[in-house]
Design a protein around this ligand. Structure first.
Ligand code: NAD
Length: 419
């Protein structure tokens, strides 16, 4: 991949953040070279039969970025915009995310370039089973453990687990996380990423002297991450003034009834037609009046075009890669505090780790235990970041990369490079 391509690619954004922290750590050029290359990238065709009887061929990806700290770990995305570059960037971020919360995992990610809204349940099942079958040799509880991401659900994880288990002729719940409870899922996993976003946001608000009962919050994206984050903010007495999904955005300065919005999406699949706020565009939502802004949709939503118009004091990155490096510089200049994706949305992978551990023990924890351990893990590491950022006078993002890179480098050096 040329430098020019990297400059405009999602992976390029990731490398740019990595380099800032690597400079501060004075990371040697050999380690830098190793850590800026994915260990393994797999691309394959997924022929599948439409309900009409016709065959189509989609493209599937799995990138296993780094294994220094343990098996690769990361979600599977079904979206028309999935590319090798995007999946590589997401696998790269998973490497640092797992390290920043000190989990015994490396980083991975997968995807299928498809539009699930145009597929029936049976078609989704056939695509998922073929996707899983193509990866049988390279995934497993000690190799690579996928999970849900954009447009993939516990049901899709169940099909993945079943296909893998059929191929290896034994039940292997720990091959994938984010499963339904009945087949080895963990209590609290579905809400975990949104819960983690609120845990990090509330802690940072306290550090900034913002009263949760007085702040206004905007959440972009109303899927797994955004919906649960909004719900948990509302339950903690925060006023959520804006929400959105792919159909548009809704703003109400008196506060949106989030329980009603959740119910509405349950009944209608999307927010289209929601009457709990004024309809505005998704781009207007990002620059609307609020104290806390939570991007929880896709990457590259904050760019040089809109960053200077953002009014929030705190941005909590529920999505992966929502901020381009140029926008990040602007936020920093404006004094907007950003809790970076690799910390803010690490709640999901943390409870995925708990699920993997419970599957291996065959012993399942109460939800209160999962939530307490989640909060402890996130806050312990967030506090390290806050301290590191203060000591080095850097942003939380640079501090997060510093902490994560240092942990990966230490394990890489202990293991040595087998060359
Ligand atoms: P999801 O598919 O459940 O929801 C995505 C939401 O974003 C949907 O409401 C969709 O309508 C909305 N959306 C899509 N395009 C949009 C646009 N242009 N403007 C506004 N809204 C838009 O996905 P998710 O699992 O909630 O993932 C969201 C983000 O969080 C992704 O970046 C993902 O990588 C990241 N993430 C997810 C998890 C997890 O556990 N699910 C964990 C960590 C990070």
């Amino acid at each position: 991949m040329s430098t020019t391509t990297r400059d405009v690619s999602v992976f390029g954004d990731g490398i740019s953040y990595f380099n800032q922290a690597a400079d501060l750590l004075e990371l040697d050029s050999s380690m830098r070279r190793i850590l800026t290359h994915p260990s393994r990238q797999i691309i394959f065709s997924i022929p599948f039969q439409r309900d009409t009887g016709d065959f189509e061929v989609y493209t599937g990806y799995r990138v296993q970025y780094n294994f220094a700290r343990g098996p690769a770990k990361g979600g599977i995305r079904y979206h028309p915009g999935v590319t090798l570059d995007e999946v590589t960037a997401l696998a790269f971020w998973m490497t640092w995310k797992c390290a920043v919360v000190d989990l015994p995992f490396g980083g991975g990610k997968g995807g299928v370039t498809c539009d699930p809204s145009q597929l029936s349940t049976n078609e989704l099942e056939r695509i998922t089973r073929r996707y899983a079958a193509e990866l049988v040799e390279v995934v497993g509880p000690d190799k690579d453990v996928p999970a849900p991401d954009v447009n993939t659900t516990p049901q899709i994880m169940a099909w993945f687990m079943d296909t893998y288990s059929m191929h290896v002729r034994q039940n292997v719940p720990g091959v994938v996380t984010g499963k339904p409870l009945e087949i080895g899922g963990s209590r609290g996993r579905t809400e975990a990423t949104g819960r983690g976003v609120t845990i990090c946001a509330l802690d940072q608000m306290a550090a900034m002297g913002l009263d949760p009962k007085k702040v206004s919050i905007v959440v972009q994206g109303f899927g797994n991450v955004g919906m649960y984050a909004a719900k948990l903010f509302a339950e903690r007495g925060c006023k959520v003034v804006g929400i959105s999904d792919v159909t548009g955005a809704y703003y109400n300065d008196k506060g949106i009834d989030i329980a009603h919005a959740v119910e509405y999406v349950g009944a209608n699949r999307t927010l289209d037609g929601f009457k709990g706020g004024d309809k505005i565009s998704n781009s207007e939502l990002l620059t609307s009046d609020c104290d806390v802004l939570v991007p929880a949709a896709l990457e590259k939503v904050f760019t040089v075009e809109n960053a200077s118009k953002v009014k929030a004091k705190l941005i909590v990155e529920g999505a992966n890669g929502p901020t381009t490096p140029e926008a990040d510089r602007i936020f920093n200049e404006k004094g907007i505090v950003v809790i970076p994706d690799i910390m803010a949305n690490a709640g999901g992978v943390t409870v995925s780790y708990f699920e993997w551990a419970q599957d291996r023990m065959g012993y399942f924890w109460k939800e209160s235990e999962v939530n307490a351990r989640l909060e402890e893990t996130l806050l312990e590491n967030l506090h390290q970041l806050q301290k590191l950022a203060k000591t080095h006078n850097t942003t939380l993002r640079v501090a997060a990369y510093q902490l994560a890179i240092d942990r990966v480098v230490r394990t890489s050096k202990l293991r040595g490079i087998y060359a």
